[in-house]
Design a binder for this molecule. Structure first.
Ligand code: BV8
Ligand code: ZN
Length: 249
């Protein structure tokens, strides 16, 4: 647990900013779940059976071999099912319960923000491992069955079911981008937590928010590709920094 004596001066500056500066918008990436044990994409987690994860998270891969892609997602679901929200997720959920203008936009599909108690004002922009979508009729179903390895069939039309996740080259669910654009226009403070800034459009959000008056803060172990878009950079684990920054006065 970090206390004032181990925190660095810029942590206190950012904590005062959050306390006094309007709405808080938080963008998270895989690093925000790393302390829960969920592998990041750029770490060892970027490979599965020697396949580049990015090549499996595509509609082409699913068209070519739906069984293999489902095996990959079942592997990820089983892995995430053993992970619990970390102190960073919990600090964000607590802050949301006290501040109605705190929103989270996550690139992660692990569902850990929801598990931590962030059930409203949360945009899982790339979807969730825990939802499936029928490729024929579009029916979306919550599904936490870890037992299957072949693509499940739709209960309504028997069509093939896919993970309800946004793959590379795909667009977003109706209204998601519009909601994010509105959040980025609010000004206030924006925390960019545990993302390498490699994937668009999420990688452009900090610059967009800053251009509209937000103060941007990167929380990451290392410099991301979008570090130049930041007013402050806090080089420490999100599970340590977030509880400190979001401590109430
Ligand atoms: C779209 C679901 C059009 C899948 C994901 C050329 C140039 C620019 C863009 C493109 C281009 N060619 C194609 C594109 C578009 C493409 C894209 O960006 N490609 C990249 C590869 C160049 N994007 C798309 O296709 C998107 N769709 O653009 O549609 C459009 C645009 C606008 C409006 C409407 C339509 C769809 C992209 C979604 C892909 N799906 N996820 C799945 O999970 O299986 S992306 C997936 O990878 C993640 O969700 C995440 O977004 C990304 C991984 O990035 P990070 O989360 O940042 O993770 P990473 O491992 O990279 O980094 C972790 C960081 O954490 C590190 O910096 C590390 O230091 C830090 N860290 C580690 N531990 C900690 C920590 N930090 C703090 N504390 C710690 N403890
Ligand atoms: Zn169907």
């Amino acid at each position: 647990m970090v206390n004032s004596s181990t925190a660095r001066p810029e942590w206190d500056v950012v904590r005062e900013l959050i306390r006094g500066r309007g709405p808080l918008t938080v963008l998270t990436g895989a690093g925000a779940s790393a302390e829960s044990g969920v592998p990041t994409f750029r770490g060892a987690g970027g490979l599965w059976r020697e396949r580049d994860v990015m090549s499996l998270a595509t509609p082409e891969a699913f068209r070519e071999d739906p069984r293999l892609v489902w095996e990959f997602y079942q592997y990820r679901r089983r892995e995430v099912a053993t992970c619990a929200p970390n102190d960073g997720h919990l600090a964000l959920a607590r802050h949301q319960s006290r501040h109605a203008d705190t929103w989270i936009i996550t690139q992660n599909v692990d569902g850990l923000n929801r598990a931590a108690g962030s059930t409203e004002r949360l945009i899982e922009m790339h979807g969730s491992l825990w939802w499936t979508r029928c490729t024929s009729c579009g029916l979306r179903v919550y599904n936490d069955d870890l037992g299957f390895d072949t693509p499940p069939r739709c209960s309504a039309c028997c069509g093939m079911v896919r993970p309800d996740i946004v793959w590379f080259g795909e667009g977003f669910h109706e209204g998601v981008i519009e909601s994010i654009v509105a959040l980025l226009a609010r000004g206030g403070t924006m925390l960019i937590v545990g993302t390498s800034g490699a994937v668009y459009p999420a990688a452009g959000f900090a610059a967009a928010a800053r251009a509209q008056g937000a103060v941007t803060v990167e929380i990451n172990l290392e410099a991301s590709f979008i570090a130049d878009d930041m007013d402050y950079v806090l080089r420490a684990p999100s599970g340590e920094v977030l509880p400190y920054l979001l401590t109430e006065p």
